[in-house]
Design a protein around this ligand. Sequence first.
Ligand SMILES: Nc1ncnc2c1ncn2[C@@H]1O[C@H](COP(=O)(O)OP(=O)(O)OP(=O)(O)O)[C@@H](O)[C@H]1O
Ligand SMILES: [Mg+2]
Length: 472
Amino acid sequence: MDWMEQLQPIMPAEMRGTVVQTVGITVAAAGFPAPVGAVAEIERQGSAPLRAEVVGFKNDLTLLFPYGDRLGVRRGNLVRLARTVRWLRVGPGLLGRVVNAEGLAVDGKPQPLLTDRVYYDAAPPHPCSRPRIDEPLPTGVRVIDGLLTCGKGQRLGIFSAAGVGKSVLLGMLAKYTAADVNVIALIGERGREVNDFLERDLGPQGLAKSVVVVATSNEPAVLRVQAAMAAAAVAEYFRDQGKDVLLLMDSLTRFALAQREIGLAAGEPPTTKGYTPSVFALLPRLVERAGRSSAGAITGFYTVLVEGDDPNEPVADAVRGLLDGHIWLSRKLAGKGHFPAVDVTASLSRLMPDIVSREHNQAALRLRELLAAYRDHEDLISIGAYHRGSNLLVDAAMNLRQETDQFLRQDMSEHAEFSRTLAGLRNLVEHIAGTSPTASPSPESQGQGKALARSGPPAANNMANNTRLSGR
Ligand SMILES: Nc1ncnc2c1ncn2[C@@H]1O[C@H](COP(=O)(O)OP(=O)(O)OP(=O)(O)O)[C@@H](O)[C@H]1O
Ligand SMILES: [Mg+2]
């Protein structure tokens, strides 16, 4: 941005209004025509001025959403414009630090010395200036690298119910990824979970190359939304320095809930499940900020809570359409102690065929085929009603259960190297091809037996086939 562009949105700082009433959780000011997004300070007797953000207007009044408790605010208090453009100080000194939505360190160590400035609401790169995503980002998590390979600059959703292993998975991604820098946004978490995540899931090894931005559930909704924007802005800063950045956001659902709170307070009409239109306008603006630019790449993983495993929940539904893939964590797998609890047959990385070798893609398709066959017959198998020989693919899946499980499971302390993951996948697929039919097969299963034994790929090597195999 050049100087003129930077100066244009900046308004004269000398603007003053007066508090006239409260509207729900907002404070309404008269004679204060500041724009939406501007930050103001409300003076109070006996305590520090209260910072607040302009979220809308009602008749002649300007609605302000406070950054803290409204205690002590009264009619007639002075409202002063603090900032019309919201920016944040950044620099390499942020690495290894935990900051709040305003970019201030909250880890008890001295504030880092930061020399650069970025904008909370920066526009995403223009679609025409984005290079194609053509290179994988090794994440160090076997099931992702092997079967759901993620490209540098890709955006993936991690969909799951509560307590199924999202935080542990994000911690593994942060620790083992080949990215240069991680930016981790913890939005709307319970206070206790933050330290759990930092100490248990991320550890000193993960933290060293990470910037963690935190806004817990007890903080005002404006700060929870701002924390997500701050994380995107910090990620953009490192990307513009030519780094490969991994942006981990936990959770996008809580970000949407915070924006819903702001929208309702500003008088927006509620739509499905009370979500306001601004939620669905803001989600693409946030996730579009990840991606590849000519300087570097931001690869984004966003967690989405799916309560009651309902995939049609409005936020999950909207987010699925915005991202380049989805990873489903299954409560059933977690219940069996299978971690990471990724349901491969329900998950998809849309860019995988473009970024991995033909051999890798074919091997992944073959393993998916096997997993889908097993899933379709699992109920029969578990009650002992499946007869070996009736489907050769299922037979092979049963024979290789231990090997596939070993490949898909990964302890949180294990780093799976990309090349070893590929070798493991190749090995597994060779086993599938080598598994001989057991009992006398039916004519239908004989056809499948041939398909299983052939050395080449399944006929269609494209995402349509991939989608079919992963059909949920
Ligand atoms: N890779 C793993 N290896 C072993 N155990 C795991 C693994 N991943 C998750 N777990 C187990 O699952 C539990 C829940 O995981 P986690 O805290 O990551 O869930 P979550 O989805 O983030 O929960 P919440 O929705 O409450 O934030 C962990 O305490 C741990 O016992
Ligand atoms: Mg968690």
